[in-house]
Design a protein around this ligand. Sequence first.
Ligand SMILES: [Zn+2]
Length: 213
Amino acid sequence: MRALPIILIAVLSPLLMGAAAHQGVGRGPTAHIDDLIAEVGRERELVLVFPQDAEATHFEDTWGDGRSGDRRHKGSDLMAPKSTPVYAVADGVVSIMRKSGLAGYWIGLEHAGGVESWYMHLNNDEPGTDNGRASLDQVYAPGIEVGSFVAAGQLIGYVGDSGNAEYSGSHTHFELRVDGRAIDPYPLLIDAHRRALEVARLDRLAPLVGRID
Ligand SMILES: [Zn+2]
């Protein structure tokens, strides 16, 4: 009978260890992506290319903040100097090119899986001015038209202060939509920004490495 507790421990310990191991497994850095996917109710891979020159851009989490007229902020504001390049976050097709009162000049892309990305307040000024008289090639990149295919990371336009950004500093209001509903892009942008900064750093190192060889 004395052997019984030992046998019990021998039988139970792999189970206990298994349970402990499971508890130790965190959800890792992709947890926010899992949350977003859960939010939209189906499996989707959402990994973005950062939509602007990363070193020239700063941004904060302003999702849901109050805006004029009882609106809520449905995106991230990517602050950067006028004419900073704006890039497509993923492969897609240009679906919207429009000018409106609040958004100013803006562009929308359609991606796979019901995902859309919107980029608002593009440049509306001639270089070095605030005159609102930009030509269209100072708003959008060459060859960008409704129906154009764009690759992830492709230049699509330039940062500006058109629409109601006129008094808040030049930036891109970036919005990410799934099945027509805006989702919080901030966690995905943080991840994309970190990767883009790392690439920029490696690009700067590349000439030095060449010299060492
Ligand atoms: Zn905004």
